[in-house]
Design a protein around this ligand. Sequence first.
Ligand code: SAM
Length: 295
Amino acid sequence: MKPIKNKINHILKTELNGILYIVPTPIGNFSDITQRALTILTNVDMIAAENIYHTHVLLKNFKISNKLISINQKNEKKQSKKIIEKLITGKKIALVSNAGTPVINDPGFILIKNCHKNKIKVTPLPGACAAIAALSASGIASNRFCYEGFLPNKKIARCNLLQSLKKETRTIIFYESPHRILNSITDIVNEIGSNRNIVLIKEISKYWESIYHGTSSELLTWLQKDKKNCKGEMVIIIEGFQKLSGKKMLTQQICHTLNLIRKEISLKKTIELTAKIYNIKKNILYNYALNHFKE
Ligand code: SAM
């Protein structure tokens, strides 16, 4: 009998509880809000917002008036308790951040975890997210990817993380900001490689939206050329590590590089340098050299 009683209690509790809606908001263009998001923001009992002023501007634009409660990085633990108390009494609450999908590098994780603990229903709404929008337009493989949020502020931690991602075969996504982009790309060139394909997508859905494609060292040169190139909200997409195998092992480009460098420096140095540039095993290059270079 006990399991059935427990199950009934669980159902009753779930039914009586309110709902937390996770509501994405636009990342640059108000038209990107969904009809469902507007309906929920209008009809919930209150909105938990990362920044009350910011959300007030959004609501005003859509002529929505509703109660707002703050939840941000600093007060999330305390505010989560308050919000859970309201949800337990059956209230329906929407969670929003300043832009994009809440919880994706935005507050809300503690609240959502506590909702699950308290058997409160959590409903996600699909909508704007800079990482996914950027990936979709990057032209870099999107079948397997990892999202890494912001790179660490401190150089050592940043380089260690990048080093650990050097052989990551999935596409890698980072968020970045104007004042750190030069340092981050410099470290990407040094730790991941100068020849890795990379895309920098800025100001998605805004007037100055732009996409830069190139290798990591080309991107660095472009950023260094003009301070304006470092401005705006941005997402970095890095192509995953390409395992070279079979026919792909020595591409035309690699052979061309080998031949070019060999004219200037010793065979040993040529092989070392080419192996570093393309992240390729030295013995593969030696085999090529044996067949192609007359020593
Ligand atoms: N929760 C948000 C989301 O779903 O994308 C992300 C919030 S995070 C605090 C802010 C970062 O997202 C920015 O520093 C930038 O890297 C990225 N971002 C936000 N809006 C963007 C836009 N319009 N274009 C490019 N990147 C954007």
